[in-house]
Design a binder for this molecule. Structure first.
Ligand code: SAM
Length: 261
């Protein structure tokens, strides 16, 4: 085993900001709400800052890494860990159904964290939890309640599948190289399988509404306005002049159902 720091220069294109503070790593691992023998999948293990703590647990450990060089190094360092060479943006998350009670963890590359979480969260049936490090601003958006400034399509989407929480802020000096901004640790507890299937309709509606978030609901949905929407507004006590950010995830789901009829 050789020292990864000496041999592998960080690749900017893969968002490689490596953690170098063992205390922060311990804190992230301790934040995973999983029993010690529950299986874990780490996304983007890099030079193994979290992996070396996780692999001491009795539970099965898998890691998914896109960087081929690091995958070779990880396989030689952690022979008991299932090291998968792959891309988290294209991964078939459904494969993980074979591991009930799986928890995910990862210090995610800043540049792909939002689309990766968007994609994962709607396919996470059966997962126990997800604990991710993301850029602080993204962490605030992921966990923002309806009506707040940071609330948007990503917040409403994620909250439709899981309960998000903002755990703590991580300063730039614990990484090499150092990023320019703060990071955040966020946790998601997936809801039991939701009783609705209109994911595509919801995704389309969220994009339509939040691309024009300064406009009123009635203006954005002008082309669809009719009895069904009037009735929906009355039932939900929503005025057509509200801005999209005032609608909570449940209201947005029911609105997408009405629009898709
Ligand atoms: N976990 C390590 C740490 O905390 O020091 C590394 C974190 S670094 C911010 C992100 C890691 O994700 C890198 O190892 C990078 O190669 C990997 N990565 C980047 N894009 C990826 C993708 N699409 N799928 C899987 N891993 C990816």
């Amino acid at each position: 085993m050789h020292n990864a720091e000496k041999f592998y220069a960080p690749k900017r294109s893969l968002g490689q900001n490596f953690l170098c503070d063992p205390q922060i790593c311990q804190r992230i691992v301790a934040a995973i709400p999983a029993a010690p023998d529950a299986p874990i999948l780490e996304i983007g293990p890099g030079r193994g800052a979290l992996t070396r703590i996780l692999h001491n647990r009795p539970g099965a450990l898998f890691v998914l890494e896109k960087d081929k060089e690091l995958v070779r190094w990880l396989r030689s360092c952690f022979p008991r860990v299932g090291v998968i060479l792959g891309d988290g943006l294209r991964f078939c998350w459904e494969q993980t159904a074979a591991m009930p009670g799986l928890s995910l963890v990862g210090n995610l590359p800043y540049n792909v964290a939002s689309p990766m979480i968007w994609d994962m969260v709607c396919r996470c049936r059966g997962w126990q939890s997800m604990v991710f490090m993301v850029q602080k601003e993204v962490g605030l958006r992921l966990t923002a309640p309806a009506g707040s400034r940071a609330y948007g399509a990503l917040s409403a989407w994620v909250a439709s599948f899981a309960t998000p929480s903002y755990l703590f802020t991580v300063p730039p000096h614990v990484f090499r190289p150092q990023p320019k901004v703060d990071s955040a640790i966020v946790c998601f507890r997936p809801h039991p399988a939701p009783a609705w299937n209109e994911q595509q309709e919801l995704a389309q509606l969220l994009k339509r509404l939040f691309q024009q978030r300064r406009k009123q609901l009635g203006t954005i949905l002008k082309a669809d306005w009719g009895d069904a929407l009037r009735l929906w507004c009355a039932e939900h006590d929503v005025d057509r002049t509200v801005r999209p950010e005032m609608l909570n995830p449940e209201q947005l789901r029911s609105l997408s159902r009405v629009l898709s009829k």
